[in-house]
Design a protein around this ligand. Structure first.
Ligand SMILES: Nc1ncnc2c1ncn2[C@@H]1O[C@H](COP(=O)(O)OP(=O)(O)O)[C@@H](O)[C@H]1O
Ligand SMILES: [Mg+2]
Length: 263
């Protein structure tokens, strides 16, 4: 039986590519307003998981339930979700505003409210001045802000993010992490955030689903014991990070050198 405020329920989920199993079995639930990080080593099936729970890909086994509705596949993408891909996936021949309008056109948001909505979300992400710019004229950080704006645009039931900050320089990533925390607090958004950065997961998330190496299962469902607002340089974040690293070292097959790299 699910809790009444369950947004997403994943049961007995398996993903295979032909004979190769990427996800062996996952069961978890996410409640409204939760920020859940999915942490796992490269190749363990994190992107496959997001694709399966977004409906971009049919799982080979199991169930995905969104807001109480069974997700039947194959079908088109669920309009109730926002997806931030690792690559920004903005159309280069359309301006920022036009890229956002594509999402609105696929939603039931009335056209007369589009402009106000676009201006509001760009304002929240501090990129209002780039509304009529071409995506390729923007920096990596600005483009990633646009893809986050695109995901938030239609008030999704939940937002999936696939390593959205991993290609950015550390200063930009820090500012976006802080921004993201603020937006989630204000809007009560439900977020599933994939990362291989342990510290990022500890800083951002209420809960961390730590996966095993592929084909993945859940190694641990970990609740972050640090109240908000958090400071990225808080010694407790570093302590929790070190503690997680100690516990995953053997199951992830990490030696001391790789441990530093993956942190
Ligand atoms: N389209 C595909 N066809 C075949 N194998 C794939 C495909 N996509 C991913 N895989 C394999 O599935 C496993 C999980 O991949 P992925 O979900 O991308 O992992 P992660 O995002 O954790 O790095 C990997 O072994 C990868 O090689
Ligand atoms: Mg991936």
């Amino acid at each position: 039986m699910s809790a009444p405020d369950t947004v997403l329920k994943v049961a007995d989920l398996g993903v295979s590519y032909g004979a190769a199993t990427a996800i062996s079995r996952l069961d978890f639930e996410i409640r409204r307003g939760e920020f859940v990080a999915i942490l796992g080593p490269s190749g363990c099936g994190k992107s496959s998981l997001l694709n399966a729970i977004s409906g971009l890909m049919a799982p080979s086994r199991g169930r995905v339930v969104v807001d109480g509705d069974e997700l039947y596949l194959p079908r088109s993408r669920d309009p109730r979700l926002g997806y931030v891909f690792q690559a920004h996936r903005l159309l280069p021949w359309r301006t920022v505003k036009q890229n956002l309008e594509i999402v609105l056109a696929a939603s039931d948001v009335p056209r007369e409210t589009w402009d106000a909505r676009i201006d509001e979300i760009l304002g929240i992400l501090h990129i209002a001045q780039f509304r009529d710019s071409w995506p390729m004229r923007l920096s990596g950080g600005q483009r990633q802000r646009v893809s986050i704006a695109r995901a938030l645009l239609v008030d999704p039931s939940y937002i999936l993010m696939d390593e959205p900050l991993s290609t950015l320089d550390e200063v930009t990533a820090r500012s976006l992490r802080q921004e993201l925390t603020g937006i989630c607090q204000r809007t009560g958004a439900t977020v599933v955030f994939v990362t291989h950065s342990i510290r990022e997961a500890v800083y951002l998330a209420d809960r961390i689903l730590i996966l095993t190496r592929g084909p993945s299962t859940i190694f641990e469902d970990y609740r972050v014991p640090i109240e908000r607002p958090r400071d990225y340089d808080d010694a407790r974040i570093a302590e929790v990070e070190a503690d997680i690293i100690r516990r995953i070292q053997a199951p992830w097959g990490l030696g001391p050198a790789e441990e530093r790299q993956s942190a």
